[in-house]
Design a protein around this ligand. Structure first.
Ligand code: NYM
Ligand code: MG
Length: 225
C-alpha cells in the first residue's frame, strides 16, 4: 500500500439554467455565482451561445440577421459551440469548480425544432447533443406569455417574436417530459427577483450537496423517439 494519502476531491456541480427570452436567466445566474462565491465555493458562470469563439461569431452574425444559414447548418453550429467548450466544463468540474451554465442543449434542440422545418424534428435536433456532459440539474425559469410581455418588448434578434416563443414554450415542455426523471426543476420566474433567486439558491445548494450521491459527471443519452 502506498503511504500517499488518497485524498479524493469532491467534483463541482453542473447546474444549467434554462428558460424563454425575458425569463431573467442571465441576471439570476450572475446573482447565483456571486452568492456561491461568497459562501466560499469555487464557481464559474458561462453562457451559450459563447459568441467569442470563431463558431460563436458565425452564430452571432446569424442571430443579428447579418447572415442567412440553412436551419440544419446553424443548428449544428450551436451544438459545435457547446462541444468546443465541453472539455473545459469537464475539467473545471473535475477540479471541484461548480459550473453554472446559462442555456444549454435544451435551448439548442427546442429553438431549432420550433422553426417548423419538416426535416428538423425535436428528435433530429437532439442527436448532436448525445455524449455532451449532462447537467446535475436543470433549473427551468417558467414565465407566462403575459408576464413576458409586461417585461417589455422583444429584442431585435432572430426568434424574439411571439409565435416563435410560444412554440418554444411548448417544445421545452415536450423535451423535459422526455428527460430522465428529476433532471429538470421548474421555477416560477413571474415573481420578484428576490423570491426567484432564493428558490434558485436553495435548489443549487441541494444540487451541490447531492453531487457525491450522483457520482461522476454523466453524459446525455438519446431521447425516446
Ligand atoms: N439559441 C441558443 C438557439 O437557438 N440555440 C442554442 O443552442 C442556444 C444556446 O439563441 N433566442 C437561441 C436562443 C436565444 C438566442 O441567446 C440567443 P441569448 O441567451 O438570448 O443570448
Ligand atoms: Mg435573448
Amino acid at each position: 500500500m502506498s503511504e500517499r494519502t488518497n485524498f479524493t476531491q469532491t467534483r463541482g456541480a453542473f447546474i444549467v439554467v434554462e428558460g424563454l427570452d425575458r425569463a431573467g436567466k442571465s441576471s439570476q445566474c450572475e446573482h447565483l455565482r456571486d452568492y456561491l462565491q461568497e459562501l466560499g465555493h469555487a464557481v464559474k458562470y458561462i453562457r451559450f451561445p459563447d459568441r467569442t469563439t470563431a463558431i460563436g461569431k458565425l452564430i452571432d452574425g446569424y442571430l443579428r440577421g447579418q447572415s442567412q444559414l440553412d436551419d440544419h447548418s446553424i443548428h449544428l453550429l450551436f451544438s459545435a459551440n457547446r462541444w468546443e467548450i465541453a472539455r473545459l466544463i469537464e475539467e473545471d468540474i473535475a477540479n471541484g469548480i461548480t459550473v453554472i451554465v446559462d442555456r444549454y442543449s435544451y435551448s439548442g434542440a427546442v429553438y431549432s425544432a420550433a422553426k417548423g422545418n419538416p426535416s428538423l424534428s425535436l428528435d433530429w435536433a437532439w442527436q448532436p447533443e448525445i455524449g455532451l456532459p449532462r447537467p446535475d440539474t436543470c433549473l427551468f425559469l417558467r414565465i407566462s406569455p403575459g408576464e413576458a410581455a409586461k417585461r417589455g418588448g422583444f429584442g431585435v434578434e432572430r426568434y424574439e417574436n411571439e409565435p416563435m416563443q410560444s412554440r418554444v414554450r411548448e417544445l421545452f415542455q415536450t423535451l423535459f417530459d422526455l428527460q430522465p426523471n428529476g433532471d429538470t426543476q421548474f421555477i416560477d420566474a413571474g415573481r420578484s427577483f428576490q423570491e426567484v433567486s432564493e428558490e434558485i439558491r436553495g435548489k443549487a445548494a441541494d444540487c451541490i450537496a447531492r453531487v457525491g450521491i450522483i457520482g461522476p459527471l454523466r453524459k446525455f443519452a438519446s431521447i425516446p423517439a
